[in-house]
Design a protein around this ligand. Structure first.
Ligand SMILES: [Mn+2]
Length: 271
């Protein structure tokens, strides 16, 4: 049995299939951690979603910003933008089933015994992972419940961008979503930055990658994430970053998590 972490698939169904074949993935024996952003930008979001659903309990998948954007579009609270490529899901006969499956995925998955976490962008540096899970659950409860459409209308916006224990309600949920699914850099006060998306070193000096912020309590955990294609495969500072830019013509990468072994990557293989 091997547990693999796989980076952002983003509708690249052929590349995903090729990667599973390359690692000889067996859903009866192996497990897969998917960092989210299963859909959008790539050519075959529906195929990816159906394939992942078919893999059943062997897969743990968290929600990414593109997945949330699909949910909000399906809910009618966001308009399709010209760059969105998930129309195949919205137009499918089984669209409702696909959307219902997706909105029941968590924002954060913890394996407490192994001190291992799966999240799309990262765990806010000032949070203990268990604290982060409590905040994530406030969002997850709404997304998986009957009022999910309405709840999505209030998640958009980049404020508040600074954490305070005094944040409550929709403000706290919006901050949680932004931290868990959009974060890359923070300033010294812990303010989230949404402008920079380049690799570490390309940012203004006042900003720091979230995982290098000082006194980060989550450092005692192994945090697996994606979202940051210009960071690429990165395995230091207590984290494993897995987005190797498949949808931009890069690679899709699987990293074995519970045994030693080199990451396995396949090149972009869409038509
Ligand atoms: Mn993302």
């Amino acid at each position: 049995m091997t547990l693999y972490a796989v980076g952002d698939v983003q509708g690249c169904a052929r590349t995903f299939k090729r990667l599973l074949k390359r690692i000889s993935f067996d859903p009866d024996r192996d497990r897969l951690w998917l960092v989210g952003d299963l859909v959008n930008r790539g050519p075959a979001s529906r195929k990816v979603l159906r394939k992942v659903i078919k893999l059943g309990d062997s897969v743990t998948c968290v929600l990414g910003n593109h997945d949330l954007h699909l949910l909000a579009t399906a809910a009618g609270v966001r308009r399709r933008s010209r760059t969105d490529t998930f129309h195949d899901i919205l137009d499918a006969d089984d669209a409702a089933d696909l959307i219902d499956w997706l909105r029941r995925r968590p924002l954060l998955h913890l394996e407490t015994k192994q001190r291992r976490a799966l999240v799309h962008a990262g765990i806010y540096p000032a949070w203990q992972p268990k604290e982060a899970k409590r905040y994530a659950q406030e969002v997850e409860a709404r997304l998986s419940g009957p009022g999910w459409r309405r709840s999505l209308a209030r998640i958009y916006g980049s404020t508040p961008d600074l954490w305070s224990p005094k944040l409550v309600g929709a403000d706290r949920r919006r901050f949680t979503i932004n931290a868990l699914t959009r974060m890359r850099f923070c300033d010294a006060s812990g303010r989230l930055d949404f402008g920079e998306s380049g690799p570490p070193g390309s940012q203004p000096r006042r900003l720091t990658p979230w995982f290098r912020m000082p006194e980060r309590p989550g450092r005692k955990w192994h945090i697996v994430f994606g979202h940051w294609s210009t960071l690429g495969l990165y395995r230091r500072d207590g984290v494993t970053a897995t987005d190797t830019g498949c949808v931009w013509g890069g690679k899709l990468t699987a990293v074995p998590l519970d045994r030693k072994g080199a990451p396995i990557a396949v090149s972009y293989a869409e038509r």
